[in-house]
Design a protein around this ligand. Sequence first.
Ligand code: GLC
Ligand code: CA
Length: 547
Amino acid sequence: MDINKMTVYQIYPKSFADTNGDGIGDIQGIIKKLPYIVELGVDCIWLTPIYKSPGKDNGYDVAHYTEIDPVYGTMDDFDQLVALCEDLGIIIMLDMVFNHTSSEHMWFKKALAGEQKYKDYYIFEPPKKDGSEPTNWISKFGGNAWEKVGDEYYLHLFDVSQPDLNWKNENLRKEIYAVVNFWLDKGIRGFRFDVINLISKPHIYEDDLTGDGRRFYTDGPHIHTYLKELNSNTFGNYDCVTVGEMSSTTIENCIKYSNPKENELHLVFNFHHLKVDYVDGQKWTKAPFDFLALKNLLHTWQVQMQIGGGSQAVFLCNHDQPRSVSRFGCDGAYHKKSAKMLATAIHLMKGTPFIYQGEEIGMTNAGFTSIDDYRDVESINYYNILKDEGKQEEEILDILAQKSRDNARTPMQWDNTANAGFTTKTPWISPAKNYETINTQAALADNDSIFNHYKKLVQLRKENDIISLGTYAPAYEDSSDVFAYTRKYNGEGILVVCNFYEKETEVTILDGNLTYEDVLISNYGDIVLSDGKIQLRAYEALAIKIR
Ligand code: GLC
Ligand code: CA
């Protein structure tokens, strides 16, 4: 499997396509839309969790790892999808959630019933002397990370309904390997491991006097050992692609996670570049994004991962992030231009690009104006927390409109009919209002669409070793509006230049040896050169061959 030539398409099944009119996307919906995915040309589809789940965190609270949730269909539907994808040469990547289970998982139920074997699958600790929580750690979804049951507490780094698993327990680890092997036996050759760098907890549980506790369990003490063990007991024996979601991680660790010599994973996601619109590191704030920080983080990770021999998943959006065109581009007058610019910036980098459903047609933030529009557990928890802190309703809704994960979870916009063609009945979450103009039907009918730009980028990566293998180097690092880099391979190269703003700008031609006959891809179609400079129009992006 050549991960450098591959592009992955992320499907959030709940919001993709509903075929039975219950307002929730399903496996048959994915099957129905396979021709669309083939048209885009991607090699792999990542499905966020479709396992049996109470759905408090839309499937990231797994109640049974080897059963399909009835809301998505049956195992027969899934097998049908697997067979069809195999015929099409599309790899299915499944989402594996092993930091925690749902509190509805049989293991946790047995643990609560007092069965020691299963208590040891989770993290139960006695209270402090004064009866309070074992530590002051803060859950990622708000509030203390410990929940009291009887006279003990269990750890939940996410929602209270998502108890953390105890990876120190070898029996638990074996259960996990059995789960991965179950899916391998079904022919699955792609895995995305959810918040996998949080699984190794510290030896002792102590208060964090300077932070929220994450420094004790992020990239924890045995993380690399666990991943090597996971690899050798499961997917390491197959031709697979795996990607680990790495929360608040470091480059040094990510190199280890993804350098083939380490036998851990193939790719890593990191999120530092998506925190550039946080105020003082806090997500639930509102601010414009810091372009120089974004640029610097993208360059630094590309360069350092290259030096260390690691591999990155490159992306701007997923089901946990606001829509990239609303966040880093312009979802008004320059919608098309800026969406293509962002795609160009990401897809010509070193690594494996990921497209999040709808990104390829420039889907925007949801535009919700009432708390009743929201469904996401994190957003609703923080709505209440911000209320308790005394913030006004209007300000909170403003923050949610910019930061909520539901921005990316509105129904896929297929056409301009009711509910964007996603369902014939009431969708579980409302679509964004702009589906009448932004939809796949319109995109497929337009040669100049964002979709066609993505399609071209996917093809370019397959056809050009410069893109899949070339060395990455930042360019025009001092520019305050242009993000640019070169890729070089076997004496050939490309220069990628992206104007992140509406304002026109220019860059001085890199050196005397550039040839401009060959524009590889551009969102304007031509190139404006004058006085030894490339003139860049609003949100202009281009890739040109250099020598
Ligand atoms: C990851 C998932 C997110 C989920 C969380 C807890 O960050 O991407 O959607 O809520 O893990 O499983
Ligand atoms: Ca359905």
